[in-house]
Design a protein around this ligand. Structure first.
Ligand SMILES: N[C@@H](CCC(=O)N[C@@H](CS)C(=O)NCC(=O)O)C(=O)O
Length: 252
């Protein structure tokens, strides 16, 4: 009998939640391992050597086969478990549209995560500093991305058509964090009615709730002014820095 899929993740992470929800939606059997990214467990060289040279999660292991990057993980699981065609597309055009979204996502909406990270996590890692420039940068790319996504969603119910796909999960979980951390003000939400409708639709899915419980609690703690104990000293949201260099984090 083959060993089950091993899923390395942390529930505070948007791409981890997208993969997690995908596995629950499709009914993929897996064993989970929470990687303590708050203490920097993933920054250890043996972790990087064994799983992922970037030190990032999510990661999936299928026996000796290791795969990281959330979209690639979901793509692999989709093929391996022959998931229903809505998740990665039934036709060449649908598959291309889903890939189009995933590529766009990783360079646009995903980078908006900096708005959440620098508003809520940076102080837990580096203490009180002026993070306003990083927050501004995060908000800038987030709002620009929302403008594009809203137009995208004006034509179809879901991002890539009238059925849910992995593209929706990838996008949705960015907004789960932003909502938990109250990053997006009401006037910006009002300008994006299609995103609001889509977000509400996706929020009704039971598995969306299951995988989002911890980030909702974290959001409540941070909004109440409580610090999350973090002993790591590098960034959790690499690529969103103003000053910085990818894997080494910002030098506060
Ligand atoms: N493009 C990656 C992004 C993964 C990512 O940003 N992971 C974060 C958690 S949300 C992480 O592992 N941060 C820890 C670190 O960078 O050391 C994916 O989609 O899988």
């Amino acid at each position: 009998m083959s060993t089950p899929i091993q899923f390395l993740h942390h529930p505070s992470s948007q791409p981890c939640r997208a993969v997690h929800q995908f596995m629950l939606e499709v009914g993929i059997p897996f064993e989970e391992e929470i990687v303590d990214i708050l203490s920097g467990a993933n920054e250890q060289q043996d972790f990087k050597d064994k799983y992922n040279p970037t030190g990032q999660i999510p990661i999936v292991c299928d026996g000796d086969f290791v795969i990281w990057e959330s979209a690639s993980i979901a793509f692999f699981l989709n093929e391996k478990f022959n998931a229903p065609a809505n998740w990665f597309g039934a036709t060449a055009q649908q598959r291309a549209h889903i890939q189009q979204y995933l590529h766009w996502h990783s360079t646009m909406l995903r980078r908006g995560a900096g708005a959440f990270f620098y508003s809520h996590f940076a102080v837990c890692i580096w203490g009180k500093h002026d993070y306003s420039k990083e927050i501004e940068k995060g908000r800038y790319v987030l709002y620009e991305s929302m403008g594009i996504l809203d137009r995208w969603l004006s034509k179809t119910e879901y991002v890539c058509g009238n059925d849910i796909s992995f593209a929706d999960l990838q996008g949705y979980h960015e907004f789960v964090s932003h909502t938990a951390g109250e990053i997006i003000p009401e006037d910006i939400w009002q300008k994006h009615p299609n995103i609001q409708r889509w977000f509400d639709l996706l929020s009704q899915r039971p598995h969306a709730k299951t995988v989002s419980e911890i980030i909702q609690q974290i959001g409540k703690m941070r909004l109440a002014g409580e610090l999350i104990p973090m002993t790591r000293k590098t960034s959790l949201a690499k690529g969103t820095e103003i000053i910085g260099s990818g894997n080494t984090g910002i030098p506060y």
